[in-house]
Design a protein around this ligand. Structure first.
Ligand SMILES: [Zn+2]
Length: 216
């Protein structure tokens, strides 16, 4: 089994100045993904999100938004691979299965040929916080973001996505707010960043649409 370890660096700013570099490490466990239960529903949900431009590719050609589904009753999950925003229909090769992670070390281990997003840690924190969550949607919606900011559970503005601090912020929301009930939160330090979740993708999507209809 081929194993490889790659690293890249995320620069993030605090108080307007790039002051710290954080290392997100992902380690490939080698195996290719076979079609998994939930891929058809994942594509159906993705199509709706693409139509609404809540996920996709921005003007600079950078993909945004990602979806994941828990693998049965485990803490592993399937997540859309990074840089897949322009792909209309995902194949197993466009997804990664995150099999373990470490928040402190900002490290994930995954199976598959696609690279998991650094936002995988945010998804992992949701699954780790509530065993009833079966699916997570991270999308970008600047209007909904502005409407929900500090009205719905919101992660600290000082915390960037893809950092150990974000994972801790998410877990803190589950302990200190009613996020488990509302099933949606705002990433205060990640402009436009919204996370909705539910027992499955249908529920997570319904939460998102309900909030859009109510707030914007
Ligand atoms: Zn994002």
């Amino acid at each position: 089994m081929r194993r490889e370890r790659e690293e890249y660096f995320l620069a993030f700013s605090r108080a307007g100045a790039v002051s710290e570099y954080l290392k997100f490490t992902y380690e490939n466990a080698g195996s290719e993904l076979t079609p998994f239960a939930g891929l058809v529903k994942l594509n159906a949900c993705r199509r709706k999100l693409l139509d609404l431009q809540l996920i996709g590719v921005d003007r600079k050609g950078v993909s945004f938004g990602n979806l994941s589904v828990r693998d049965g009753a485990t803490n592993s999950f399937y997540i859309t691979g990074s840089a897949t925003g322009a792909v209309p229909e995902l194949k197993p090769a466009d997804c990664a299965r995150v099999v373990s992670y470490n928040f402190e070390e900002n490290w994930v281990r995954y199976e598959g040929t696609a690279i998991p997003s650094s936002e995988s840690m945010t998804h992992a924190a949701v699954y780790a916080s509530d065993v009833k969550v079966g699916a997570v949607i991270h999308c970008h919606d600047s209007q909904l973001w502005a409407a929900l900011l500090n009205h719905a559970p919101t992660t600290s503005k000082a915390v960037e996505y893809g950092t150990p601090e974000m994972a801790h912020e998410v877990m803190h929301l589950f302990k200190s707010t009613d996020v488990q009930h509302g099933k949606i939160f705002v990433m205060g330090g990640h402009g436009g960043g919204i996370v909705a979740f539910g027992r499955d993708l249908e529920e997570a999507f319904a939460v998102l649409i309900h909030e859009r209809q109510r707030r914007i």
